[in-house]
Design a protein around this ligand. Structure first.
Ligand code: E4P
Length: 224
């Protein structure tokens, strides 16, 4: 299983890379827009610092223009994966680009049934969106096993990419139900590694430790 970082922030990529949590990066128009810089410059910079797939999403609406834009995006770097929406236009573009062996990440997948058409289309990733659905009070965690099963039955070359991960519960559900890749926003990793009980536990150990007189703990501690 791999972890991608769901961001376009160079500083966040550099930070989380140190922990081995950046096997690739997924961007989207919202994430690129948040950076407020020239989008192509940002994508190039990401490709420079990441050894792995970097998804760049099309911003065109009809399939002909998506294909045109995909050609250009692909030319930026060998690791670029073209991200296409799971709309009828996106699917048409995937049919053409798949035949030309482009690496494709189908995004905005909200239901396992949407995988049906990819039985015969050459795509690399199917992004199944989890957190965004819960923002609206629905639940996509329960559909995760069906995504895995559908991929197995239809076209097991497709990698199951779990996306829009807002919390620990969604991350665990994706991991234990066979996601090949989980793309995690930096905010979620911050939450995971600032676990309240871990931080409280560390503080409580230190408070107890400091109750021991200094001469009785000084040999145990490093000299500063
Ligand atoms: C997936 O394709 C997107 O990049 C991303 O995971 C969506 O996340 P969001 O729901 O936080 O926008």
């Amino acid at each position: 299983m791999k972890f991608f970082l769901d961001t376009a922030s160079i500083s966040q990529i550099s930070f989380w890379k140190k922990y081995g949590l950046v096997n690739g990066v997924t961007t989207n128009p919202t994430l690129l827009s948040k950076e407020g810089n020239d989008a192509i410059k940002v994508i190039k910079e990401i490709c420079k610092i990441v050894q792995g797939d970097v998804s760049a999403q099309v911003t065109e609406k009809d399939s002909k223009n998506m294909i045109e834009q995909a050609k250009f995006l692909k030319s930026i770097h060998k690791n670029i994966v073209i991200k296409l929406p799971c709309t009828l236009s996106g699917i048409e573009a995937a049919q053409i680009l798949g035949k030309k062996n482009y690496k494709i990440n189908i995004t905005l997948g909200f239901d396992p049934s949407q995988l049906s058409v990819f039985k015969n289309i050459n795509i690399t990733y199917f992004s199944f969106i989890i957190g965004r659905v819960e923002d609206f009070g629905d639940n996509n965690v329960e559909k995760i096993p069906a995504v895995k099963e559908m991929i197995k039955k239809l076209n097991n070359k497709i990698q199951f990419l779990a996306a829009s991960i807002r919390n620990e519960r969604q991350l665990i559900a994706a991991a234990i139900n066979g996601a090949d890749v989980i793309t995690v926003p930096p905010k979620t990793w911050e939450k995971v590694y600032n676990n309240k009980y871990t931080l409280d536990g560390e503080k409580s150990f230190m408070d107890s430790w400091n109750e021991l007189p200094i001469e009785k703990r000084k040999k145990y501690e490093i000299k500063k």
